[in-house]
Design a protein around this ligand. Sequence first.
Ligand SMILES: [Zn+2]
Ligand SMILES: [Zn+2]
Length: 537
Amino acid sequence: MKVKFMGAARTVTGSCFILETGGHRFAVDCGMHQGNGEIEKRNWETKIYEAEKIECILMTHAHIDHAGLLPRIVREGFRGAIYATPPTIDLLKILLLDSAHIQEMEALWKTRKRLRHGEGEKDVAPLYTRKDAEEVARYFKTVDYEQQITPFAGLTVTFRDAGHILGASILELEVIENGKVSKLVFSGDIGRPAQLIIKDPTVIERADYLFMESTYGNRDHKNETDSLNELAEAIAYSYGRGEKVIIPSFAVERTQELLYCLHMLDGDGRLPKNMPVYVDSPLATQATEIFRKYTDYFDEEARGLLKKGEDPLRFPQLHFTRSTEESMKINTSDGPAVVVSASGMANAGRIRHHLRHNLWREGASVVFVGFQAQGTTGRRIVDGAKMIRIFNEDVAVKARIFTINGFSAHAGQSQLLEWLGHFRSQALQVFLIHGEYSAQQTLAGLIHDRYGLPVTIPDYLEEVTLKPGEAVERVAAPDQAIPRIDWNYIIVDVENRLKQLRERQSRIEAKGWVEQVEVRERLLDLNRRLTALISDL
Ligand SMILES: [Zn+2]
Ligand SMILES: [Zn+2]
């Protein structure tokens, strides 16, 4: 049996694993690569997935980093079944459409930019369209938790509650090859125990090969009570100064958890009655409706509240904005408010408008409640940037920044280890996926020390061959998959440019005063950007 790592290998996004066994070829997840431009290029190189040769896709959950390439794969010829739980399917329908909309807007923006630069009239094609996203729905097949399916003879799959987001699953695969049964477990994203709304991750005891996420492999979360207090602190801080609390949030799960928290703070009298809370994301609004449809998937506590007639996703100050006009009104309105908007990493969506209006305001606060991937606006703010570029404009960071990681939908380091500790198999082989490399190395060390298990950290496009009872055979990714960066060349090049500038100093001085001022402005701007870059390192 072969497993090829198409993404989420030494990174957190692009989850997709293509498996081959007994002449069959299928995939677990089909996620979008997100982050910097170099990583996002991978979304365009989907020919290597050989879509028409994938027989079926098993979906762990609806997040775009696990599902965002489905429309493209269908467009490229995939015609099999996409197995997922009912809430995952409902969430996918709205999330994929939203993703397609973003792709279309981006293509439009690139086309306009090209026209402005006089680079021809040819339209830039989107990664996929809304029509492609709608097409995906034809291939969905519903699977419930604990139900066993047989996509083809030789493969049985069971979906278990992963406790990560509504409908998220851990996949247990039994593969029969040459009369031998191997058990593979794909953890998907593992939820944090005691997460609000949904249940705890299912404990699994047996596997030969475990493909485990490692997003928080190098750290633990603060506890939930601390996080709730921090949220209350942010609210009190900005309320007292008449400013807004801006919360970049993922539309699914995090927004609903936040509503649950705000519902609790309201109950405790810690959310002022005259402080409106806006959910400014059409997607989050739709997702909240899907949550209300699947209350069977809630944990006991949340169901208990509902039984008492108390809706944990509602409180008097709450408003859902629909139109762009309503959204814009939030920024022109004075006075304190809480604004929950997407995207969660602040690199797209309406949240950018709210950041542009509030990031520079002393007294405002920005509350990060989720993981911020490398290369995103959110990550730069969390890492302490003094200046942030939004819509081609530098915005100073004067708002108070809160990073609350107790609300995470991911297990922290010790929770990952605890979950792993339930496995009873002697010859368990662990593959760490879905994590940044340094976090994975830390976790691999701990797994080795504590449980004595062999751990592999596969790289992008690496392929492994699994044979029961034998060591894992690895074939490294081709060199062109992860091109080396020649730092020496780049830095020497920049140094040379500065030398050229120095050589032309007399030419600058020979210019008129107004022109000199312009050159000075351009050079100072360059200097500011260099300073920002250096301070980020
Ligand atoms: Zn996820
Ligand atoms: Zn994920």
